[in-house]
Design a protein around this ligand. Structure first.
Ligand code: ATP
Ligand code: MG
Length: 552
């Protein structure tokens, strides 16, 4: 399935651990928290974890990291499974939930208390903060730190029984309040939460903290490589500490961190994505402008393109921002050999060929994919007296270097003849509404430079369609999430008057993809039906307009 096996530092570590005999097999997991839809950053992690398992003949588990009942929902559980499957990966029966381990996690916590490695603390959140110290100053021991083990055990059992209110008590690890690593300053393990969980209902009134639940969940599942993003590097000592203090049998999982994906022009924070959706800045989680997988799918991006992108960007140990062009390039490279090229005008301008007989229709054969005409076949273009060209391909006042149509100039129609513009008819606001042209098989030499090639469709015989064009959601290349300032007001434009060449009619099934010559790759989100034109999403344009803008 994958193009070429990527080489990276994680694979080097895996090879090392297999060679030394530390592990006999590769078991990874993808552990999303079901509190939002997956985005392209998650895809990087999915491709990495499932890709490793595939290439080493191991396994990758899908585990819902559902330890925070307040933010989680089954809608997300379902969408995440759909998206991972769509990306091309399967987990067979290896679908797990951290909530399935709540009892085990509870028992392990009792064990830590009994071994003197955890205690019930009664400091308020405010006091906890004061006692924690800072990066430069050590913290102070909680007054509850040395309470007898039996007392902690009894209080912890009463926490479970629901005898206390939220925030009144919590269980914390007994590690080192003077550690230079703040994560080791007696971190919380369990806290009281009087919330209904989407799977366990009201069975639990205490919930494990992420750092505590994660390592034990990995260990329960026999995960060998627990791959996570860089911000967890400082949590690794805690990950190892928990398993060590529980005397978890070897081989224990090994945590490896890699740099998360940041993509220019968009945001990956689930909190910000949720805000965009909830406050209606976009039209749902699958709005094609979002970086979610549901959105990319609806836009028409293929899973192969996303996997290609993830392989190309690779994994590194240093955080960085990836230019959006990398994703766009992968999308184009994936689609180019797969889709038919047809002609369409997004913003049609009528052209009348003065010397073409009324009613004459001439068929012109043209290949759907010029690089390999045999594979994708041919269709007939239909030349008629009235055609549409793209409004942009005509200029009333042509700038220097403009090689397309203007009064007194000529251009070549793609796959067809040359046309010369003799006259322009203007509308009430001075806008061109029709061009009167002559035509010829050979250029007439009206311009010094070689005439440009423009796309066209026959007016009468063309098929109406609607196209939605997308631009980056944020104007800021590295958005911080300040929506009022950074959102791109032109991220969506609709072109309601598109026209497609007649041969498209037989191809208009929902889900089809095309290249509209010179305009980009398009995805038919909705086939035409009952008098409604088809609706196309532009997946990606053919040129990288932002790179040009940057150079200016
Ligand atoms: P939050 O936005 O709440 O911090 P998260 O992005 O960490 O959440 P999770 O559901 O916990 O979301 O992520 C599941 C997995 O996806 C984690 O292992 C995480 O490391 C990985 N992941 C999340 N975002 C990215 C990203 N931008 N690049 C690479 N991997 C990511
Ligand atoms: Mg997370």
């Amino acid at each position: 399935m994958s193009e070429e096996r990527p080489n990276n530092f994680i694979r080097a570590l895996v090879d090392e651990d297999l060679a030394s005999g530390r592990y006999a097999e590769v078991v990874t997991r993808f552990p999303p928290e079901p509190n939002g839809y997956l985005h392209i950053g998650h895809a990087k992690s999915v491709c990495l974890n499932f890709g490793l398992a595939r290439d080493y003949n191991g396994h990758c588990n899908l585990r819902f990291d559902d330890t925070n009942p307040v933010k989680e929902d089954v809608e997300y559980v379902d969408s995440i499974q759909e998206d991972v499957r769509w990306l091309g990966f399967t987990w067979d029966e290896r679908l797990y939930y951290a909530s399935d381990y709540f009892e085990k996690l509870y028992q392990c916590a009792e064990e830590l208390i009994k071994r003197g490695h955890a205690y019930v603390c009664e400091l308020s959140p405010e006091m906890v903060r004061q006692y924690r110290g800072t990066l430069t100053e050590p913290g102070q021991d909680s007054p509850y730190r040395n309470r007898p083990m039996e007392e902690s055990l009894e209080l912890f059992r009463r926490m479970r029984a629901g005898e206390f209110q939220e925030g009144e008590k919590f269980l914390r690890a007994k590690i080192d309040m003077a550690s230079p690593n703040l994560n080791l300053r007696d971190p919380a393990l369990f806290r009281i939460r009087r919330a209904v969980h989407h799977r366990t209902g009201d069975q639990w009134l205490i919930y494990p903290m992420y750092d505590y639940a994660h390592c034990i969940s990995d260990a329960i599942e026999g995960v060998t490589f627990s791959i996570c993003t860089l911000e967890f590097e400082d949590h690794r000592p805690l990950y190892d500490w928990v398993l060590e203090k529980l005397d978890w049998p070897e081989p224990r999982p090994r945590q490896i961190e890699f740099a998360r994906l940041n993509l220019e022009g968009t945001l990956m924070s689930k909190r910000k994505l949720l805000q965009l959706v909830k406050e209606n800045y976009v039209d749902g989680w699958d709005d094609p402008r979002l970086p979610t997988l549901a959105a990319l799918r609806r836009r028409g991006v293929t899973p192969e393109a996303i996997r290609l992108f993830c392989d190309r960007i690779g994994v590194a140990k240093k955080d960085s921002w990836i230019e959006l062009e990398w994703l766009e390039k992968a999308i184009r490279d994936d689609l180019n050999p797969k889709v038919k090229r047809i002609m369409a005008t997004l913003d049609p301008l009528k052209v009348t060929l003065r010397d073409w007989p009324e009613g004459q229709v001439t068929s012109i054969p043209a290949p759907f994919f010029p690089d390999d005409p045999e594979r994708m076949g041919w269709r007939d273009l239909k030349m008629t007296r009235e055609i549409y060209i793209e409004r942009e391909d005509f200029s009333l006042d042509p700038p220097a270097g403009f090689r397309r149509l203007a009064v007194g100039r000529e251009a070549r129609l793609r796959w067809a003849s040359y046309i010369q513009c003799e006259e322009v008819k203007l509308g009430p606001n001075g806008e061109p509404v029709e061009l009167i042209c002559s035509w010829s098989q050979e250029p007439r030499g009206l311009t010094k430079e070689r005439p440009g090639i423009i796309h066209w469709v026959p007016a009468e015989l063309s098929i109406p369609a609607v196209a939605r064009l997308y631009d980056r959601l944020f104007t800021e290349p590295r958005p911080t999430g300040d929506l009022a300032r950074e959102l791109n007001p032109n991220s969506l434009t609709e072109r309601p008057d598109c026209r497609l060449e007649p041969a498209a009619l037989e191809l208009l099934t929902t889900g089809e993809r095309f290249q509209f010559e010179r305009l980009g790759y398009f995805y038919l989100e909705k086939a035409p039906a009952a008098g409604h034109p088809g609706i196309f999403n532009r997946i990606v344009s053919l040129k990288d307009s932002w790179a040009k803008a940057r150079k200016k």
